[in-house]
Design a protein around this ligand. Structure first.
Ligand code: GLC
Length: 723
């Protein structure tokens, strides 16, 4: 024992200025261990290689500690909507709940980078105070198709909105002295067969659409880490893609951090390290053996190994664990809940306005099973163990609404029975959720008619949830079910007969069909999956205490089949849900190529993704990208575009010409005609401050010259169709 501690005493101890010396001191085994995650939590006498010194239960992974060199294990934990760790621990009377923030899609719906930065800072503080070092977020993959099961974790169909929101998020989190992991790099735009799907995509679409959001985020925020994706890209696995990780990410964009695989992502361990992917998470013995073998047969150079080890040590010395930060495990959850609610308020999008806002004491009948199982977030690693989820009725009552008892009692009894059958049991979601597992809408017509005579308005909530490992089905997730449509018909008929209004609230993970029913109701509010206090934000919006200022970060089409990638995306058949276990057998490094949209997915739409397609090809949509209504009106003055040596300053004066205070979003697009390019591309945006009635604000957005295709001009629009 004495000898070991002497040996430790003599060994060099890691510090930010002696990393090359530490690398030189490390044995090959120690180097390999450092690159392989060690999720298992073991404790042992100091000095043994490969044992961890601490862990945070429920964290996703950690690195190996090498105590003799003063290298601690660092802790990696999910996720995009808030820190994801176990809320309770064996034999510990404390709790470790984390704030459930709005989903990524709702953060981008705010179009407010400053507010997203505040959310990031609150999340980052919980990462810090719960003893975690790196938050495995944000997800910045493009919404290529509305059925992707993870779109809720991602931001938009547009790379500029995605990149700017991601950068704001990362800067916010990292302002607390903890790291992030920008993911999933890259082109993880479907969940079906995600571990082996080969994306077939043009270089141009990669650069202009799918990598662009990552490029903006890296250049504007320098995430401590980047996480590679599960899929192949044009036949090369993302985790083993040297061109992507070394030439592009580091060489062209100047990324200075560490790269890690997704959990279990990538197959040829030596190729992963050789590509410049620094950590194989969550780690397994087979990788240690494979890397050791790759070194022996020279398919992996010691130089490449040392480069990865150096970057991991550069990451470690930045972390609170290395700084021995005395975390409290007591972050200010109350303050963070307010931040979460504020983000939800600004992320709500008003799609249709007829009767809203209601006056505070309006009596309401609340319909829809979603009204009684309000969904705060998605499933899988994008979920958070929240201290509570406020129910919608609670949120409405806090805003002074009087809820009709009969309907509430009917649903109360019905839902209690249904909960056992459904995947959605208050706050406890079954993983790998299948769309069909949702209570069926069965409200008797009599119940609706009685309610229509006794209250002033009706609200119907439609909920949709999703999560990693599964994509959404058209029948059960994208379209409303027959029973939901019948409910909207019956409620609208009964209430309109009484000359009373009907509002639909979309408590959803992403785009749903609106064509089949939107003309039957008076108001439509999208509140996405708004986090634990989202119901308060909805209540405040319905009564006008908050003026909705969200704008769509993606397009709502008239039909799913209008989506340009509709033919090139896996269709989940309700009777044969394609779930996690149905992945095709794949052999390390080899790709199947016989089942389209499963073995490979052809990005045939190229750069014509989302509004780029609908505007260029003049396809009518239900609600365009960037769209959102307000309870007030805004007038825009003349747009001025001033040339500067580096680019263009685009300015416009926005005036609140209505009665209620409100915020507006000015979107700057490059607009032009070119045979093979989209006619419209978002180049920048800004959200105004809260403008009082009659108040004006001049906003200026800078657009670099390089971002404006020649012969295009810069215009300010309210949304992609300027309506
Ligand atoms: C998951 C996800 C990734 C997550 C990781 C750790 O499979 O793809 O987003 O961060 O594993 O939970």
């Amino acid at each position: 024992m004495y000898l070991i501690s002497l040996f430790c005493l003599l060994a060099i101890q890691l510090n930010p200025n002696n990393i090359p010396q530490v690398v030189a001191e490390m044995t090959t085994e120690e180097k390999v261990l450092l690159l392989i995650g060690d999720r298992k939590q073991k404790t042992t006498d100091a000095g043994d290689v490969g044992y961890t010194l601490r862990g945070v239960p429920g964290a996703a992974g950690m690195t190996y500690a090498i105590p003799r060199l003063g290298i601690p294990a660092i802790i990696l934990a999910d996720g995009p909507a808030g820190l994801r760790i176990n809320p309770t621990r064996q034999g510990d009377s404390n709790t470790y709940y984390c704030t459930g923030f709005p989903i990524g899609t709702m953060l981008s719906s705010t179009w407010n980078t400053e507010l997203v930065g505040e959310v990031g800072a609150a999340m980052g503080n919980e990462v810090l105070e719960y003893g975690v070092d790196v938050l495995l977020a944000p997800g910045a993959n493009i919404h290529r198709n509305p059925l992707c099961g993870r779109n809720f974790e991602y931001f938009s169909e547009d790379p500029v909105l995605s990149g700017e929101i991601a950068a704001a998020y990362i800067n916010g989190v990292q302002s607390q002295g903890v790291g992030t992991s920008l993911k999933h790099f890259a082109l993880n735009n479907q969940e079906v067969n995600r571990l082996a799907n080969n994306v077939v995509v043009s270089e141009r679409a990669m650069n202009e659409i799918y990598l662009k959001a990552f490029e903006i985020a890296v250049k504007k925020s320098q995430p401590w880490t980047v996480m590679t994706s599960y899929n192949y890209i044009n036949g090369v696995h993302a985790a083993e893609n040297k061109h992507l990780l070394t030439d592009v990410l580091r060489g062209e964009w100047g990324f200075a951090g560490a790269v890690m695989t997704d959990w279990g992502g990538g197959y040829r361990s030596g190729a992963i390290i050789e590509a410049g992917n620094d950590m194989i998470q969550p780690g397994a013995k087979k990788h240690i053996e494979a890397i050791t073998k790759a070194l022996e047969n020279n398919s992996l150079s010691m130089k490449a190994l040392d480069e990865c080890v150096t970057r991991v040590l550069q990451l470690i010395v930045k972390t609170p664990t290395f700084r021995k930060y005395a975390f409290s495990s007591k972050p200010d959850l109350k303050a963070h809940a307010q931040t979460s609610c504020k983000a939800a308020e600004e992320g709500i999008v008003l799609l249709k306005r007829g009767a809203l806002p209601y006056s505070k004491n309006t009596s309401i009948a609340l319909f829809g099973v979603g009204s009684y199982s309000f969904i705060a977030g998605g499933t899988g690693s994008g979920d958070v163990h929240k201290p509570y989820v406020l129910s919608l009725d609670e949120g409405l009552e806090r805003s002074g609404f009087a809820l009709e008892k009969g309907t509430a009692e009917f649903y109360g009894a019905y839902m209690a029975k249904e909960r056992k059958r459904c995947a959605m049991i208050d706050g406890q979601k079954k993983p790998w959720y299948i769309d069909a597992e949702r209570p069926i809408e069965v409200v008797p017509t009599k119940q609706i008619e009685t309610a229509s005579q006794s209250v002033q308005a009706a609200i119907i909530t439609i909920t949709r949830i999703a999560g990693e490992g599964k994509d959404r089905s058209i029948e059960f997730s994208y379209n409303l079910t027959r029973e939901e449509l019948q409910l909207i018909d019956k409620v609208s008929e009964a209430f309109h007969k009484q000359k009373k209004a009907v509002t639909v609230i979309l408590n959803v993970c992403g785009v749903v069909d609106v064509t089949a029913w939107r003309d039957k109701v008076d108001d439509i509010l999208v509140c996405w999956l708004p986090g634990q206090d989202g119901a308060v934000a909805v209540g405040k919006t319905l009564c006008g205490e908050v003026n909705p200022s969200g704008r769509l970060p993606m397009t709502f089409t008239l039909s799913y089949w209008d989506v340009p990638s509709a033919e090139n995306f896996p269709i989940i058949l309700p009777d044969k849900p394609f779930n996690y276990s149905h992945y095709r057998n794949f052999r390390d490094g080899e790709i199947n190529s016989d089942i389209p949209n499963v073995d490979y997915t052809n990005y045939a739409e190229d750069v014509f993704v989302g509004y780029r397609y609908f505007t260029t090809k003049h396809v009518k949509v239900a609600y365009p990208f960037g769209y959102g209504l307000s309870y007030t009106t805004f007038n825009w003055g003349k747009t001025s575009v001033k040339r500067t040596p580096e680019g263009y300053n685009v300015s416009v004066e926005v005036t609140n010409t209505g009665k209620l205070p409100g915020k507006d979003v000015v979107q700057v697009y490059a607009k032009g005609k070119s045979p093979d390019s989209p006619s419209l591309e978002l180049k920048g945006f800004v959200k105004t401050k809260l403008l009082q009635s009659g108040q004006s604000q001049v906003v200026t957005i800078f657009v670099p010259s390089a971002d404006v295709p020649s012969s295009y001009r810069l215009v300010t629009l309210r949304n992609a169709q300027n309506k």
